[in-house]
Design a protein around this ligand. Structure first.
Ligand code: SF4
Ligand code: SF4
Length: 362
């Protein structure tokens, strides 16, 4: 087992400023990454969206204060003191899951955390929270991870890689921050220390934990693929010292399904996805070119989302038949072909949604 290091993630790497001590230190150890990271270093890409200036003036501000909102939620949790402890009854995991759903989570699972769950160091990605934590050691302080999904809007995602994709992604990040903040506040108010993860702060990578929590399996896209919403979900987490019953990974046969499907790989406009397995701490991921993926974002002005939109699980499958498809290649093939017949190889709608349509009838 190897500890994850947030400093090795793409966003942390390309956030480093050329010539700084941190930059020199990192690339002296990772020479192979320097050249390709330099070409996408500290690039903001939203302005390149192929839309009129009028469109940008009218609709870019839709998400203008999202990060400030997330910062306020984050500060509220950090500044809230842990109150007197209320003993929890046996089986309280069930309540916690329902509470997370009440706050807005789509699905919830619980895992036991160990030192390999956490990042070893922070990657300095919390600037918007007013935190400079690059290189900080992360102490594995919490025992339990409450991991949850928040589904995104399919109508929006089916416009990917257009602006609507970005809108539903940002909306889901906001919802993740709300759910995690409210859940952490609740836990602290009944005497259990808690940390609310959100898009601006992670103590651990969430895909492995979401897999362990039984929320889905890891698909060829390297995303968590859920049975009901595919990878059209964002992940959130609250870490706490409340001890809860935990969940187990699920196996609905996604590895075999991906082998017959590969639609995310076929549709990916930057050829970033591969079918080659890559084991990371005992979980199967796939080899992936994160740099070429980000290069595509820089061209489209959104964070793409074509792989999410391409997944048959995102568009909806007959789950009774999926349940019977494990080890049955013919049935998987049938499900994939039926999906293609109904949705084509990629479900895509060009027409703008009303929320960003300009100059239509009153
Ligand atoms: S986000 Fe787009 S470019 Fe990146 S892997 Fe998915 S489909 Fe490919
Ligand atoms: S699109 Fe197909 S290959 Fe890709 S993750 Fe979904 S099921 Fe797997």
């Amino acid at each position: 087992m190897k500890k994850y290091d947030e400093r090795e993630t793409l966003f942390s790497r390309i956030n480093l400023e050329k010539g700084t001590k941190e930059y020199n230190e990192f690339y002296s150890k990772h020479k192979d990454l320097k050249h390709k990271d330099d070409s996408i270093r500290r690039i903001s890409f939203r302005h390149v969206l192929r839309k009129s200036e009028e469109f940008k003036d009218l609709f870019f501000p839709l998400t203008i204060n999202n990060k400030l909102y997330i910062k306020n939620l984050h500060d509220m949790v950090v500044n809230y003191e842990v109150k007197d402890k209320v003993e929890i009854p046996k089986g309280f995991s069930k309540n916690i899951k329902e509470i997370a759903k009440y706050y807005g989570a789509t699905d919830v699972g619980i895992v036991k955390l160990d030192k390999y769950s956490y990042y070893s160091h922070s990657g300095g990605l919390s600037e918007s929270l007013g935190i400079d934590n690059y290189n900080d050691l992360i102490k594995p302080k919490y025992k339990t991870g409450i991991i949850f999904t928040v589904k995104m809007d399919l109508e929006f995602m089916n416009r990917a890689p257009n602006f609507e994709e970005l809108l539903t992604t940002e909306q889901a990040y906001l919802r993740v921050a709300e759910v995690s903040a409210r859940l952490a506040l609740y836990l602290k108010s009944i005497g259990y220390d808690a940390y609310a993860s959100n898009s601006e702060t992670y103590l651990a990578p969430l895909v492995p934990l979401a897999f362990d929590a039984g929320l889905g399996e890891i698909g060829m896209s390297n995303h968590l693929v859920t049975l009901e919403h595919g990878d059209n979900v964002r992940l959130g987490a609250v870490f706490t010292n409340m001890e809860l019953d935990t969940d187990k990974p699920v196996d609905f046969g996604l590895h075999d399904f991906c082998k017959k499907c590969a639609l995310c790989l076929i549709n990916c406009p930057s050829n970033s996805i591969s079918h080659l397995p890559r084991m990371v701490n005992g979980r199967q991921f796939y080899k992936f070119d994160e740099n070429s993926c980000f290069e595509l974002w820089v061209k489209t002005g959104t964070d793409c989302g074509v792989c999410i939109q391409s997944c048959p699980f995102t568009q909806g499958l007959d789950l009774d038949r999926v349940a019977g498809s494990r080890g049955n290649d013919n049935l998987i093939e049938e499900l994939v072909q039926e999906h293609i017949k109904k949705h084509t190889r990629r479900e895509y709608t060009k027409e703008d949604l009303d929320i960003v349509k300009i100059g239509e009838d009153e």
